[in-house]
Write a protein that binds this ligand. Structure first.
Ligand code: ADP
Ligand code: MG
Length: 151
């Protein structure tokens, strides 16, 4: 059963705050499969996640420039931007499975492009600009397990 959570944010700061609330509930090995157009807030949300995990070091993988590895004190986060990829097979060739098994939290932007390489139990996220509101973003989360965003 999927649990759906629906949000509207009105600034980048609100999006990063939402991300920190989500980060607090994430577990090692979680995969966040993000969809949404350019500038819809996917990377902004990811920055909220990495700030929650106290990411001190920023490492750009030398071989796989589509993949950024962030090493947190207690949790690693792998950030993948699939925008320039064409299929899930490509991501598999790049060694995505090792990342899935590494205990890192995996964030994948443009997950729809690499759908064939997204695990079934991934947490799906859709980002959308709100018409008529420059800084409005609609963020919908589909999670296979319960999440809570109340304080
Ligand atoms: N509510 C909001 N949430 C996230 N970003 C917003 C919001 N309002 C305005 N923005 C701006 O929209 C842009 C989002 O860019 P980014 O997060 O890189 O999107 P994506 O990774 O989806 O292409 C940033 O310039 C950010 O400042
Ligand atoms: Mg982005």
């Amino acid at each position: 059963m999927m649990h759906e959570y629906h949000f509207f944010t009105h600034s980048p700061e609100e999006t990063t705050l939402l991300a920190t609330k989500m980060a607090a509930q994430l577990l090692p090995g979680d995969v966040l499969a993000m969809r949404g157009n350019l500038a819809s807030g996917k990377t902004t949300f990811t920055q909220g996640l990495t700030s929650y995990f106290d990411i001190a070091e920023y490492a750009l993988s030398p071989t796989f420039t589509y993949i950024n590895e962030y090493h947190g004190k207690s949790q690693d986060v792998i950030h993948i931007d699939a925008y320039r990829l064409t299929s899930g097979a490509e991501l598999i060739t790049m060694g995505i499975w090792e990342y899935y098994e590494s205990g890192a939290i995996i964030v994948i932007e443009w997950a729809d492009i690499v759908a064939a390489a997204i695990p079934e139990d991934a947490i799906g996220m859709s980002f959308r600009a709100v018409a008529g509101e420059d800084n409005g973003r609609e963020i919908v989360i589909h999670s296979p397990r319960l999440l809570s965003f109340f304080e």
